[in-house]
Design a protein around this ligand. Sequence first.
Ligand code: PMP
Length: 385
Amino acid sequence: MQLNIVDGKMQYLFDESGRRYLDAFAGIAVVNCGHCHPDVVKPVIDQIKRLQHPTTLYLNHAIADFSEALASKLPGDLKVVFFTNSGTEANELALMMAKLYTGYQDIVSIRNGYHGNAAGTMGATGQSMWKFNVVQTGTHHALNPDPYRGVFGSDGEKYARELHDLIQYGTTGHIAGFMFEAIQGVGGIVELAPGYLSAAYDIVKKAGGLFIADEVQSGFARTGDFWGFEAHNVVPDIVTMAKASYRRLLFWRRLCRFRSYPICRQGDWEWVSLAVVTTPEIARVLTRRCYFNTFGGNAVATTAVIGDARGRGLMLGVELVSDHKLKTPATAETLHIMDQMKELGVLVGKGGFFGNVFRITPPLCFTKDDADYLVEAMDYSVSKM
Ligand code: PMP
């Protein structure tokens, strides 16, 4: 049964009966710093009393301040920030810029990845279940360098060679861009095999393409590094981001001081930054036309055992299988355990192609005690089966 959540405080949610839940999945949709963090709520209220102008038609110094603060968190020449309304829109903009900048049309993304629900991003998404009758022309999906289920195991170089072949055999040999998640979120917290991304970088560059990091889920300190790509020694040409936001509340204060809507998802009060950051040279392609967006500111029969536990920092996945050797997805069991955990007051997410992966992405205020409680609740639920 769907929960009717009425209140939130830091790492906790409360339903209409007043029951408290430990929220270990807030990170995908709510601010990193926790539900209704007082240091966020106060400046938001102050600002709404002062100015609440839902468009980017006019200048406000705080936008520049905030862009600068954001760019300072990125390496290299990633200095130009565009604010958008959703992760989808950020990725669509990134794909468009890559095509404009390179003059090529082909986009390569990774199987099992998720990038959004508009035409380009739905195409780039590598899972059939998220695709409505979308035109896929010019979109190619590379083998997933999945250390647990992938055909080459943890051999990142081999997957990269496949990427090379995909480009050579499946395109003109030139591509506009390569879009990836450093850790696949919706796909079930899948880390990319070691060595893959750095090898992929060279291949993409040789094909003339831009390297586009989708940090919508892995960004903003969730993995322990500020950005997911940092663990792979690559500097992307474009970084997209959304949802989870800042570890440093100072950022929040800056963000919220000026106004909310242009850099937030409008309406549902997620105080988050949704943006695309790129280099001045690439950003210049948008000066050819006008770019604007209004708000840019018990079916359980078998025993599940844990097949794989993975991830970094507070972006963790636990994959349940009913047979270790065959890696048979324990989909029904996953759902059952998730429900049991809910009964115990702990909320986790579910994902992966087979729906058999727990996605644990709590807010950053999560404590060691919370983590212990989560593990206890999971342990108890699994052992009860
Ligand atoms: N990229 C990734 C990695 C995502 O996980 C998501 C959303 N789950 C998106 C893009 C799309 O973001 P939005 O739902 O804000 O459009």
